[in-house]
Design a protein around this ligand. Structure first.
Ligand code: ZN
Length: 89
């Protein structure tokens, strides 16, 4: 995993070390949070803090698939549908 650890958080202005990966599918309005980058789709690296505070845009479904947070409540939210820029932290 050393390869990805050198990448910093995708959130603007954040230099945090990537701790989780966000993969999203615009067509399905679905996003996933994983320990490793998804095999398909677009994915962004997020630091621990931003991954923990991630909220799905209104109308989207979110699923946290990280092994370390199994059983955690699903990530849901009610934010304006503004694409990835609307992902509130
Ligand atoms: Zn961050």
């Amino acid at each position: 995993m050393g390869r990805v650890s050198s990448i910093s958080c995708a959130r603007p202005g954040c230099q945090g070390k990537v701790a989780a990966w966000l993969t999203y599918d615009y067509g399905a309005q679905q996003l996933w949070i994983d320990d490793v980058p998804g095999a398909s789709g677009d994915h962004w690296g997020l630091c621990q803090g931003h991954a923990a505070r991630l909220r799905a845009p209104l109308g989207w479904s979110a699923l946290d698939r990280r092994a370390g947070v199994a059983g955690a409540p699903p990530v849901t939210g009610a934010y304006p549908p503004a694409g990835m820029a609307g992902l509130a932290t």
